[in-house]
Design a protein around this ligand. Sequence first.
Ligand SMILES: O=C(O)CCC(=O)C(=O)O
Length: 278
Amino acid sequence: MDVSCLQHWLTPEDRRTFEETGVLTVEDALSSEHVDALTEATDRVYGQARSSGGAAPGRSYFHPNFIPDDALFADLVDYPKVLPKVWGILGWNIFLYHAHLIVTPPSGQPRDDKTFGWHQDSGRVNVEMETSPRPRLSLKVAYFLSDTSEEGRGNFWVVPGSHLRDTLDCPSDGVGQPEGATPVLAKPGTAVFFDRRTWHSASPNWSDVTRKVLFYGYGYRWIRTKDDMTVQGLWEKSDPVRRQLLGDGINANGRYSPTDADVPLRVWLREHCPEDAK
Ligand SMILES: O=C(O)CCC(=O)C(=O)O
């Protein structure tokens, strides 16, 4: 990992924004050439799913464990413009616990006002952890490849500032969105960080622009993966920090009480950014 990534560290303002709203937007995280290349890879994956019947026309295509599908997807795991902000929020005992690629084609349906599928991430974690507010534990970074800078394009929606709330009041008749609900208006190349507790939702794509987004979920190494990841095959060709992020480690105990060999990211930080190695 190149030290030049440190210019993308989490600024005090970034931290304040994330702590207060549960969301942090980084525009132009990807160049337009990078977006084009990632879009080509995404289109190939989606095209194969369409051919094999794994993706239905007009329906959102949710594809977890997509990291091994293309080297470009693996390269985003430790992406220099993003990873410093991830460790700035979560610290260094982290890995990629979950990743999914979503393609949302035009639904072909007329616009309606049905309540979206609002949720916090991580399912039973929200029931079985006994503290309030719930603990952060993880965050996701969403890389937008298509243009969702207008509403109605299958936008990602959030309720900013809702991450410390254990419940969200949704309309009981299933019509309309909860108070404070906001579409994320992201241009291609934007990276949106969100705390897993931020109440959020996908939305229907009423436009004629197919939505394409890559989601990278980072959490503590003692969390289990949320999809059946087959990233172990990438370990050998990855540098030590990426290997850590792809789930490598010395043994199970090292997830809880890591040695240097378990967490090359801490070793790297000690040398290049000692403040963040604590
Ligand atoms: O597709 C979206 O916009 C929402 C994705 C989502 O709900 C999630 O990653 O948990």
